[in-house]
Write a protein that binds this ligand. Structure first.
Ligand SMILES: C[S@@+](CC[C@H](N)C(=O)[O-])C[C@H]1O[C@@H](n2cnc3c(N)ncnc32)[C@H](O)[C@@H]1O
Length: 207
């Protein structure tokens, strides 16, 4: 891609259509990509890790893919749980367009692709999945994640005040803003600080 970041609102890079095949044990998707969006040439390894190892979505309710890009996480979550509404949020309009097109192509009518300040976004989410935009910088990333975590359904792990939530007693903030764990094994351990997928969901625990 050009010298621009993948999180520009309107990427200037000339269009270069591509295709990424998402091959998982339970889901197969062919997703359109383009220049000017994150990882247009392959499913990002961090995204793959999240999709392979993080707990699945609930059966219903509103869930968030924060920084959806061309839509691999949103589309897989939507395919895994037709009863949920996936709010696919991004600042990059080219990415949002691709995500919406990919949802349509895959016949997934339970994805809403919107900018972060869209008024229709629900106040609360039953879970949040993200391969977060680490390139925006640690402080900005931390603020971004905390602002969306505040919209988790009260009581969900990771919601403000919940055990292990950022800022809660004993919460580990030294290695990055958040870590996703599954059982006893931190998913993020294999990826390193800030280079980890992020998830907050009632069936996961944050450290
Ligand atoms: C690491 S990429 C992940 C993209 C996609 N989910 C994937 O797994 O391929 C992070 C995404 O976050 C988006 N982003 C950056 N800043 C954001 C913000 N403030 N709010 C929402 N999304 C943002 C970027 O445009 C980018 O698409």
């Amino acid at each position: 891609m050009s010298s621009q970041h993948y999180f520009e609102a309107q990427p200037l890079a000339a269009h270069r259509p591509g295709l990424v095949r998402v091959v998982l044990p339970d889901v197969y998707l062919e997703l359109d990509t383009d220049s000017g969006v994150f990882s247009p040439g392959r499913l990002d390894p961090g995204t793959r890790l999240l999709l392979e190892e993080a707990p699945g979505p609930p059966a219903s309710g509103d869930i968030l893919d924060l920084g959806c890009g061309y839509g691999p996480i949103a589309c897989v979550l939507a395919a895994r749980s037709p009863g949920v509404t996936v709010w696919a949020v991004d600042v990059n309009e080219r990415a949002l367009g691709l995500c919406a097109r990919n949802a349509r192509k895959a016949g997934l009518d339970n994805i809403r692709c919107v900018v972060p300040d869209a008024p229709e976004i629900p106040r609360h989410f039953a879970g949040i999945w993200s391969n977060p935009p680490v390139r925006i910088g640690k402080a900005a990333l931390h603020d971004l994640l905390l602002s969306w975590l505040a919209r988790l359904t009260p009581g969900a792990p990771g919601a403000p005040g919940a055990p292990g939530a950022p800022g809660a007693p004993g919460a580990n903030r030294s290695a990055g803003p958040l870590k996703v764990t599954r059982g006893a094994a931190p998913v993020s351990e294999r990826r390193g600080d800030y280079d980890c997928p992020f998830l907050s969901h009632p069936r996961s625990s944050l450290r």
